[in-house]
Ligand binder design. Structure first.
Ligand SMILES: [Fe+2]
Length: 286
């Protein structure tokens, strides 16, 4: 792993030190945001300082809101534990595992695909995928979220699930039946599965449609070349401080009060465009 000894911008979030100055990505397949070198900058009134640090290329991205702004639905304590401890630990562990390997210098999404290894994951996979999933999760929610989607997203939900309430029911049911730790996703299943090591878990499903699916541990539908649009973390660390073992309450609050349907809609636009671009490329090649 390339380590850079240089001055970096360091921000404080809820008393936690964060090395990051990059904007959050909303893409269902984030590009290599981590390859950028942090810029040195000073902002008055903010907890940003210059100091000499040894940093790796992989950075812990903060949620795009303050750690107490999801209260009362998710407490500051939960975010400090979840993001400040669990998410942070995955970034650190990933950095140490890929240092000096063939994965060193690759983008996060490429590391996830490479280490998934056709369903026989290499050691860094769980950490790479958990970093990817958590980045995506934090961006999927917002203060004063919830409500209903509109436009193309609502149109496809009604087409593929029958109604918005039926989609919510399916999502909720998946979250409550994911045994042990894992994730639940709303994803766009595109027309092709041409990732080199993709193993399609739903080969009989029709393409170009929305699906709800659950995945164990760190796995996400990105490895099957689906385009994730929304995810909920159902590992206990995501909700235990606030809801103890009442996962059903956590899932209900997530859907009713936290989901950013604007972000989900934006991701859908990208996913549809990506599928259309691929279809055009395939036509050209044929
Ligand atoms: Fe988590």
């Amino acid at each position: 792993m390339l380590l850079l000894q240089q001055a970096a911008s360091v921000a404080c979030y809820g008393g936690l030190m964060v090395i990051s100055s990059l904007p959050p990505t909303l893409s269902p397949q984030p590009l290599s945001w981590r390859k950028k070198t942090p810029k040195i900058k000073m902002k008055s009134g903010q907890c940003i300082m210059r100091r000499a640090l040894i940093i790796s290329e992989l950075e812990l991205k903060p949620p795009p809101y303050s750690l107490n702004s999801l209260e009362p639905h998710l407490s500051r304590e939960t975010l400090e534990l979840h993001w400040g401890s669990h998410h942070r630990a995955h970034v650190a562990r990933l950095n140490s595992l890929i240092a000096g390997t063939d994965l060193d210098g690759m983008g996060l999404d490429d590391i996830v695909i490479a280490t998934y290894n056709k369903g026989s994951p290499r050691a860094p996979f769980v950490h790479a995928a958990e970093v990817w999933n958590h980045d995506f999760f934090w961006q999927s929610i917002k203060p004063n979220g919830g409500g209903q989607p509109s436009g193309k997203l609502m149109e496809l939900i009604e087409r593929d699930f029958g109604s918005f309430s039926r989609m919510l029911k399916e999502f909720e049911n998946a979250a409550l039946t994911q045994f042990g730790s894992g994730w639940v996703w709303l994803a766009y299943k595109a027309n092709k599965l041409d990732v080199g090591n993709a193993v399609n878990p739903c080969p009989s499903e029709k393409d170009n449609k929305l699906i709800v699916l659950k995945s164990p541990n760190a796995v996400n539908p990105f490895v099957w070349d689906y385009s994730p649009l929304l995810c909920i973390d159902v590992w206990e660390h995501a909700y235990y401080l606030d809801y103890e073992n009442r996962r059903d309450e956590y899932v209900a609050v997530f859907l009713e009060k936290l989901v950013s349907w604007e972000v989900v809609s934006h991701r859908l636009d990208i996913a549809i465009k990506r599928a259309a671009d691929r279809a055009r490329e395939d036509e050209k090649d044929s």
